[in-house]
Design a binder for this molecule. Structure first.
Ligand SMILES: CC(C)(COP(=O)(O)OP(=O)(O)OC[C@H]1O[C@@H](n2cnc3c(N)ncnc32)[C@H](O)[C@@H]1OP(=O)(O)O)[C@@H](O)C(=O)NCCC(=O)NCCS
Length: 223
C-alpha cells in the first residue's frame, strides 16, 4: 500500500478535531500533528498528536515534505481562515483539500485550495467551487452554480441551479436560494432563510423566529 502523505492541521479546536477525523479516516493523508498561533496554544497534544506553535511546526514539519490544512471555520466572516491560508501558502505549504468519499461530486473543485466537502454534499454537473470553500454536511449545489472563494455553507443548504454565491459569504443551515440568483460578496444568510432575488454585497438576512406555544408539551392532545 502506498505511504500516506503527511498533513499538518492548522487549528486545535473542535473544527480541527473534525478535520482530523475526516483526513484520518477518508483521505490519502495522514495527520502528523496540529499547529496554532502561539497565543492560541493550550494543551500540548490533541488526539494523541503534538500541538506546536506555528514557527516550531514549520521547523519540525517542513513545507517541502508536508501539506497543511487550515481548520478554521467562519470567524470574521471567513477572513480568519482565508488569511491563514494565504500565510501558510506564502510559507510554501500546499493546502490540501478534503472531499468526502460519501459526497456526490460532478462539479469542479480547485485542487489544493483548502476546500472541505463533507459527507452527503451533492455538487451537480457544471457547478463550481472556488478556492477555500467549505461545505459542511449535506448541501445541494445545483447545476451551473458557482460558490466563490472563501465561502462557508452550513448543513442542508439548497443552492438551486445557476446561482452565484459571492466571495466569503456564510449561509446557515437549511437556507434556500432560488435559481438564477446572485448572492453578493460577504453576505450572511441565516438559518432557514429563503432568498428569491439578488442580494447586495455585505448584506445580512436573519430568519423568522418561532414563538413558544402557551401550551406546555404535557398538555398537547395529539402527541
Ligand atoms: C443570521 C445570524 C447569523 C444572526 O446571528 P445573531 O447571532 O442572531 O446576530 P446578532 O446577535 O449579532 O444580532 C441579533 C440582533 O442584533 C441586531 N444587531 C446585530 N448587530 C447590530 C449592530 N451592529 N447594530 C444594530 N443592531 C445590530 C440584529 O439586527 C438583531 O436584532 P433583533 O434582535 O432585533 O432581531 C443567525 O441568526 C443565524 O441564522 N446563524 C446561522 C446558524 C447556523 O446555520 N449555524 C450552523 C453553523 S455550522
Amino acid at each position: 500500500m502506498a505511504a500516506r502523505m503527511p498533513l499538518v492541521v492548522f487549528g486545535a479546536g473542535q473544527i480541527a478535531e473534525v478535520a482530523w477525523h475526516c483526513f484520518e479516516h477518508d483521505s490519502p493523508y495522514e495527520v502528523v500533528g496540529f499547529t496554532v498561533d502561539p497565543e492560541y496554544l493550550g494543551q500540548p497534544t490533541l488526539l494523541g498528536l503534538p500541538v506546536l506553535p506555528y514557527a516550531e511546526a514549520c521547523a519540525r514539519w517542513p513545507a517541502g515534505e508536508h501539506a497543511m490544512f487550515v481548520a478554521i471555520a467562519y470567524g470574521r466572516l471567513n477572513q480568519a481562515r482565508a488569511g491563514t491560508v494565504a500565510r501558510v501558502q506564502a510559507d510554501g505549504y500546499r493546502c490540501a483539500n478534503y472531499v468526502s468519499s460519501k459526497a456526490l461530486v460532478a462539479g469542479e473543485i480547485v485542487p489544493d485550495s483548502n476546500t472541505f466537502v463533507m459527507e452527503l454534499n451533492n455538487l451537480q454537473p457544471f457547478s463550481r467551487l472556488g478556492r477555500n470553500v467549505w461545505l459542511w454536511a449535506g448541501n445541494h449545489v445545483g447545476h451551473h452554480s458557482v460558490i466563490e472563494d472563501d465561502c462557508f455553507l452550513a448543513s442542508h443548504v439548497v443552492v438551486s441551479g445557476s446561482v452565484t454565491v459571492g466571495t466569503a459569504s456564510f449561509i446557515g443551515v437549511n437556507a434556500t436560494i432560488r435559481d438564477n440568483v446572485r448572492i453578493g460578496a460577504r453576505n450572511v444568510i441565516g438559518a432557514g432563510v429563503v432568498i428569491l432575488a439578488d442580494t447586495q454585497d455585505a448584506q445580512v438576512y436573519i430568519g423568522p423566529r418561532t414563538e413558544a406555544s402557551r401550551v406546555p408539551s404535557h398538555r398537547l392532545r395529539g402527541i
